[in-house]
Design a protein around this ligand. Structure first.
Ligand code: ADP
Ligand code: MG
Length: 595
């Protein structure tokens, strides 16, 4: 019994002369004993964002007389020094010091600043003793650069620890470590960075920042102004279910409507219907069967602009289509083998030939009804099988392919087998795929990919800014489908060229990090100038930190965000924001979603 007790009890604290062990962490507290002559606003911000470092500040109001006494003493000393000094240069420096001190006193008296006893500690934490020493050296040299001198108070670590914990009474060390300073200086010390985004141009009122200031965000800022790390219009929004991702994205969509941008959305929860309908958009219901909306995977989409086609790159269009179709099959059947996949590609090409399509075809004149469908490809395969009378390896591959393709012409025909029937008329196009989110996982993934490719083909008009909205994008990364991940990464890379900004929404950063797809996963994030990281659970935060830089404080904060809160990474700037929506905005966003 007692053994159990000792095993489950906290390990306790063990104090050494210059550090201590708490539970399984090695800690030392450095106490700042001297400050630079002058500091700048947000002086401590870099220090407080160092990993494994916590900054503790204590400030105690003191009467003005205490400061004036101190200053009087200092001015008197300077005066004496001035008179005694023989060296002209040093004498002049003392005179300057004396004058600046005097004007400081005048300012103080005029502004009636409050006076504080300021105490600053830097807590350095590590997993091992060696690691602690290493970190301590790092932190110390960092502090040196900031002109701060800090030392671990020897044999007083316990007192210092107690001093920084509010549950303990005042410790005697406090009388020795404080520095008297006026409130403006102290305010400037604080690590909060009042960085905010107030973009010019077509901005969206996105929310409020930490200091309560509005965040005006222009997704396409790069078109009117250069700013570091803001050279595309792509945005990734992350967060657990219910954290407010879709709401934030809908705010962006609303801004896009107001700015006259084109909007192409993949909407897995049927949440954009009301908005689209209200603004005369198209809502296309996919996954319900051919009469609602069908996208033929074999329709060749001009995934190239006029310039590329003029350069004779038309042939790559067919190559890309074949690549896409392979990716599509891999979503449908992740276990599909390379030989079957290649055979599929061959059969597709033969079918295309039968329909008069080859590498020299001008697809821009082709109508949807001229393309083959799954039935036609299946017919090609069946035809081949009839001619293969011997039991060769080729026949074996063909048989396996036949088995894989057959369902597309039977139970899955309402999803895949038919001409493309949709003809979006507006510049607000929503693909509602709610129905297919409930389909069998592989079917769902394949369909999602099929829709994405079609949606992307609508985003290539350079004359207009387009916002492409892809919710639940992790679906595309699931199953380690490299071809699919590659497609998404390419969209991210190419969007700027077409004046398109992607808003990619996902709740599972872990889908972007498996070995097979991490290169693409990283590219998807690296090619985004903007991230909005809303509340995430611990593991998801760790996964995300493999994709974007997050410091310890940010990681901690992300775990605690409530609905509508997020870390907004805007180029090189990062800040915590509250996404603000009014009741009427929420209403206009419709009742869908929430999951
Ligand atoms: N910024 C916000 N302000 C007020 N309510 C919000 C905010 N964000 C989300 N909500 C509420 O939470 C619900 C779920 O948010 P939603 O954006 O759909 O979450 P997610 O897409 O992350 O699952 C919304 O329907 C809305 O009622
Ligand atoms: Mg959502």
């Amino acid at each position: 019994m007692s053994m159990l007790k000792s095993e489950i009890a906290p390990k306790g604290i063990e104090f050494n002369s210059a550090d201590f062990v708490i539970s399984d962490k090695y800690v030392t507290i450095l106490t700042v004993v001297s400050y630079p002559r002058s500091i700048y606003v947000g002086y401590l911000s870099n220090l407080s964002s160092m990993p494994g470092v916590k900054v503790v500040i204590k400030h105690i109001p003191v009467p003005f007389s205490m400061l004036s006494k101190m200053l009087n003493k200092q001015t008197a000393a300077l005066k004496v020094n001035y008179q005694d000094e023989k060296d002209v240069t040093i004498k002049e420096r003392i005179r300057q010091d004396y004058e600046s001190l005097e004007s400081f006193i005048q300012q103080l008296a005029a502004s009636q600043a409050r006076i504080f006893d300021f105490q600053l500690h830097v807590v350095v934490m590590a997993d091992t003793k060696e690691d602690l020493e290493l970190k301590k050296t790092n932190v110390k040299s960092y502090l040196d650069a900031m002109e701060l001198r800090a030392v671990p108070l020897r044999f007083e670590q316990e007192k210092v620890l107690k001093s920084i914990l509010p549950i303990f009474p005042k410790q005697d060390v406090e009388d020795r470590i404080g520095t008297i300073m006026p409130s403006p200086t102290m305010a400037a010390m604080y690590p909060y960075i009042f960085d905010s985004v107030k973009d010019p141009g077509n901005s969206v009122l996105f929310g409020v920042d930490f200091s309560g200031g509005v965040v005006l965000f222009n997704q396409f800022l790069y078109q009117i102004r250069k700013e570091h790390n803001r050279n595309n219009a792509n945005m990734v929004i992350l967060g657990t279910s219910g954290s407010g991702k879709s709401t934030a994205a809908k705010l962006m969509v609303r801004g896009a409507i107001r700015n006259g941008y084109q909007i192409v959305a993949i909407d897995p929860e049927d949440e954009l219907r009301e908005m689209a309908t209200a603004f005369g958009g198209d809502v296309i219901d996919l996954g319900k069967g051919g009469e609602f909306g069908m996208i033929n995977p074999f329709e060749i989409l001009l995934d190239a602009d006029e310039e590329e086609i003029a350069q004779g790159l038309g042939y790559t269009v067919l190559t890309k289509t074949l690549q896409f179709l392979k990716g599509f099959m891999k979503y449908y059947d992740p276990s599909i083998t390379e030989d079957v996949l290649n055979m599929f590609s061959e059969m597709v090409q033969e079918t295309y030939q039968r329909f008069g399509i080859d590498f020299n075809t001008d697809f821009s004149k082709f109508e949807s009804e001229k393309y083959p469908t799954f039935s036609d490809v299946y017919a090609t395969i069946k035809g081949k099988l009839v001619t293969m009378t011997d039991l060769t390896q080729e026949r074996d591959i063909m048989e396996r392919l036949e088995l894989k393709i057959r369902p597309f012409t039977k139970e899955l025909k309402f999803y895949f087998d038919g001409y493309t029937t949709i003809k979006p008329q507006s510049d607000f196009i929503v693909f509602n795929i709610k129905e297919l989110m409930n389909a069998d996982v592989n079917v769902r993934n394949a369909l999602f990919f099929n829709v994405l490719k079609y949606a992307w083909s609508l985003c290539l008009d350079t004359r207009v800014n387009t916002v492409m909205y892809v919710d639940e994008a992790h679906v595309l990364l699931s199953g380690g489908n490299v071809l699919g991940a590659d497609f998404l990464a390419q969209i991210q890379r190419r969007a700027r060229k077409y004046n398109t900004g992607n808003i990619i929404i996902t709740q599972q950063p872990s889908d972007f990090t498996p070995q097979e797809v991490i290169t693409q996963g990283k590219a998807i994030f690296d090619n985004s100038s903007y991230y909005l990281v809303m509340g995430l659970r611990k593991q998801a935060v760790e996964d995300l930190s493999l994709l974007i830089d997050l410091n310890d404080n940010e990681k901690d904060a992300i775990k605690r965000y409530s609905q509508g809160q997020g870390l907004f990474v805007c180029g090189s700037r990062r800040m915590q924001i509250d996404v603000v929506v009014t009741e009427s905005e929420l209403d206009s966003f419709g009742s869908g979603g929430g999951l």
